[in-house]
Design a binder for this molecule. Structure first.
Ligand code: N01
Length: 547
């Protein structure tokens, strides 16, 4: 269960470690940022990582069924041809243990671990203007000072555990999927309650149901999901990937979502209903996120979107045998893909099992947790284990849980009290020499993450390289550039149906009290890449650089 102990205070006599760059987090982002800064620029770099191994999201999210929804050959680093030739994925969608093995392989191959301090959680970072240095403190009281501070803390790493009255009195076990015990959880013969039906809950339910005596799924918002159609990869496919890495890289860098497939250039209204149905049927058979790419207007035209939404609702009603359960599962209140679309392996089929039931907590909300289970309006559910698949305080949560203070003691929490304001999702005005890899305002979670991460880490390294070449010591986003960028982020979101999902974590709507701001940049990764390149080519316009 989560550790809620207080951080220790820094001992003022502790000697600070001096660095050129300090990176927080050792997932995909922190590892590659380290490599770029250490091996390409020759900087002294340290990565501080709270876990006892590399992996970031894949280190923490060990829940049953955890699997990536990008295809394995795309969910890879593309910076090293040698690595691409060496590594072979076993399945179309890689499972968490395989991704963790991959990241350890990368860390060992590039000798990254020697510059990573594990079990080291950063608690605060303060900018000292006179010295142009950041002072970073860890939970254990270690001190670092660094010229550049780079967060690579992930977008989905701050667990959202709902404040349901009575949880402290629950006599059974409870877990959040994003803080899953390394030794696993034995569900055999247990009555399990799972709250949450996002990508995580949808992946976990079928696996938990295999061993639990009974699984009760507590659903607040019904969700779309498409079959992953996962399968082992053939030798021929693995060979094809190795022979086509250049083309795959080019494609992923030129598509809006960073996947190696393009959106079809046709409207859902260009075809007859029969043709459309056949297209959806084929995409359903292929499985995965390609379903979203069947027509170019699914995310921008509600009537086009309705055709996909209704196809999936009909599939749910077809798969789920109990009509009442099918009705609850298909009563979806938002456009298809306006929330991140989950992909699953037999999620809806799971509700045909005798040991699985669904509770609609929109109609009958959870009132409390008792010593013996969950009480909703009008019913009691005795449980041995509660699984919170309730998601994350996304994008801003991992940054704001650290005490980050920029120029004149400005706290990031204060700067962002009405929602995140960042230039390109890379830098915040008032926080010199501070970069956020895949920060709010960048495409990040709307993109295949390794593609977004490689672009950010390289951009940041190139920027620091440029500063060194030109004798520049400080870079800071201008406030007006951040304001204009926030307007562009809002405009990009408003040109789509994405803001119509009222309960989405893209909007911060899943965390009570969080400002409702659409956080990721929805203008597409390819467009964003061009904007960032243009900024760099024009003397880092929008930033103030000084010697
Ligand atoms: O989290 P979520 P997630 N009472 O926020 C419910 C990535 N990911 O961990 O919709 C009751 O999507 C909440 O209900 P509602 C991926 O980007 C990727 O599932 O707010 N219920 C919702 O049903 C994904 O989008 C992969 O009404 C509460 C659920 O909990 C992101 O992570 C796999 C509640 C949370 O869904 C997050 O996914 C897994 C409350 N108080 C995750 N609070 C792959 O690569 C929340 N909920 C495949």
């Amino acid at each position: 269960m989560p550790d809620t102990s207080m951080p220790r205070q820094a001992d003022p006599s502790t000697q600070a470690t001096e660095l050129d760059a300090l990176v927080i987090g050792a997932g995909f982002a922190g590892m590659y940022q380290l490599l770029c800064l250490r091996d390409r620029l020759g900087l002294s770099v340290k990565v501080l990582e709270a876990g006892d191994g590399v992996g970031g999201t894949w280190y923490w999210n060990r829940y049953p069924g955890a699997r990536c929804d990008s295809e394995s050959h795309a969910y890879s680093f593309y910076f090293s041809d040698e690595l691409l030739q060496e590594w072979e994925w076993s399945e179309r969608y890689p499972q968490q243990p395989e991704i963790l093995r991959y990241l350890n392989y990368v860390a060992d191959k590039f000798d990254l671990k020697r510059n990573i301090a594990f079990n080291t959680r950063v608690t605060s970072a303060r900018y000292d203007e006179a010295a142009n240095r950041w002072h970073v403190t860890t939970e254990a009281g270690d001190l670092y000072t660094t010229k550049f501070l780079i967060t690579a803390v992930g977008c989905l790493s701050s667990a959202n555990i709902p404040n349901i009255p009575g949880l402290d009195r629950f006599a059974g076990q409870w877990y959040h999927t994003g803080q899953w015990p390394h030794e696993g959880v034995d569900f055999t013969g247990k009555r399990v309650g799972m709250i949450g039906t996002g990508s995580t809950g949808i992946q976990a339910a079928p696996v938990i149901a295999e061993t639990a005596a009974h699984l009760t799924v507590f659903q607040r918002t019904a969700n779309y999901s498409m079959p992953a159609q996962n399968h082992p990869l053939s030798t021929e496919f693995k060979q094809w990937v190795k022979e086509n890495t250049g083309e795959l890289r080019r494609m992923m860098q030129s598509t809006p979502n960073g996947h190696p497939f393009a959106n079809e250039d046709r409207s859902a209204h260009d075809v007859t209903p029969e043709q459309r149905n056949a297209i959806y049927e084929k995409a359903w058979e292929i499985g995965g996120l390609q379903f979203r790419a069947t027509f170019r207007d699914l995310l921008v035209d509600k009537s086009a979107n309705d055709t996909a939404a209704e196809f999936i609702r009909a599939k749910i009603r077809q798969i789920v045998k109990n009509p009442e359960t099918a009705a609850k599962l298909s009563d979806i209140d938002h456009p298809f893909a306006a929330k991140r679309p989950p992909i699953d392996t037999f999620y809806f089929e799971t509700f045909n099992r005798d040991n699985v039931s669904l509770v609609d907590i929109r109609a009958n909300p959870i009132e409390r947790i008792t010593a013996s289970g969950i009480e909703t309006k009008g019913a009691e559910y005795p449980l041995d284990i509660i699984v919170f698949a309730t998601g994350f305080d996304a994008m801003t949560g991992p940054l704001l849980r650290m005490d980050i203070q920029g120029r004149d003691g400005l706290a990031l929490k204060e700067a962002w009290n009405a929602g995140p304001r960042s230039y390109l999702g890379l830098q915040v005005a008032g926080f010199p020499n501070f970069f956020t890899v895949t920060g709010p305002g960048s495409p990040s979670v709307l993109c295949n993450m390794p593609v977004a991460i490689e672009q950010h880490a390289e951009w940041i390294a190139n920027c620091i390289g440029h500063m060194r070449e030109h004798g520049l010591e400080r870079i800071e986003a201008k406030a007006e550039s951040a304001d204009q960028w926030v307007d562009q982020v809002n405009a990009a979101a408003n040109a789509t149906l994405l803001p119509q999902a009222k309960h989405s974590w893209y909007l911060g709507a899943n965390v009570p009290g969080k400002p409702r701001v659409f956080m990721p940049y929805a203008g597409g990764m390819a467009r964003y890449r061009e904007i960032c390149a243009d900024v760099a080519a024009n003397d880092y316009k929008g930033f103030t650089l000084s010697a």
